[in-house]
Design a protein around this ligand. Structure first.
Ligand SMILES: [Zn+2]
Length: 217
């Protein structure tokens, strides 16, 4: 195993400070600034995930159970494009913000469920616009992920914000605090309490067909 060397990086420190302010305000509670581990090769990412990672995967998040101590690991800006399918070095910063957002979600839910919401919210907050995919696949992504979860998750978070406002999305995120692992049934219940319509195929389809503001970008 190679050594993972962490160096002081002022640009990253500044970015984390700025992002902390924004995310603390959005979620309405504070989370301690995470440590960032800059990886210099895909091999390091593979050993952290304990599997062969896909070329589009560039990082991840861990939180020490029961604490606020989060770690973000991410391919360093120097190798970010070379070691992944991403072409634009600016994407690094969006990914860093995306991962940072997961730490808040982890603090709220104690998990990453619903995965579509976790990924959608992180992508939305990081300004990672996604298009394509079938929004109605959202029910497949409660406790499994995959490449398609980002499009579907982004679609619904963006859709809900565009049509019902950002306040309700914050409420939904914060209402996911539970003592037990969140089930899809309890998620539906919480969703209904906030939005006033059911989180099921029939009702989401009807909402889409009503021609509410649809996001295409
Ligand atoms: Zn993510």
């Amino acid at each position: 195993m190679e050594y993972i060397v962490t160096k002081k990086n002022q640009k990253i420190d500044n970015f984390l400070k700025k992002t902390k302010k924004e995310l603390d305000a959005f979620f309405g509670f504070e989370v301690r600034e995470p440590a960032v581990l800059l990886l210099t090769s895909r091999k390091q990412l593979d050993s952290l995930w304990e599997r062969k990672t896909e070329k589009w995967e560039v990082g991840g998040t861990r939180t020490l159970k029961g604490t606020q101590n989060g770690i973000i690991f991410i391919l360093s800006p120097e190798v970010y494009c070379r070691q992944s399918t991403h072409k634009d070095p600016k994407v690094f910063w969006k990914t860093l913000k995306h991962e940072y957002c997961h730490i808040y979600f982890q603090q709220i839910t104690g998990s990453s469920r619903p995965i579509w919401f976790n990924e959608g919210l992180a992508s939305y907050m990081a300004g990672q616009k996604k298009s394509g995919g079938n929004p109605m696949d959202v029910f497949d992504y409660f406790d499994i992920g995959g490449e398609g979860v980002y499009q579907v998750g982004y679609f619904w978070v963006n859709f809900l914000v565009e049509n019902f406002g950002e306040k309700k999305i914050k409420q939904l995120a914060n209402a996911l605090r539970t003592n037990n692992a969140l089930s899809s049934k309890s998620f539906s219940y919480i969703f209904f309490r906030i939005y006033g319509f059911k989180f099921n195929y029939k009702s989401l389809k009807a909402i889409l067909d009503k021609g509410l503001k649809l996001q295409s970008g």
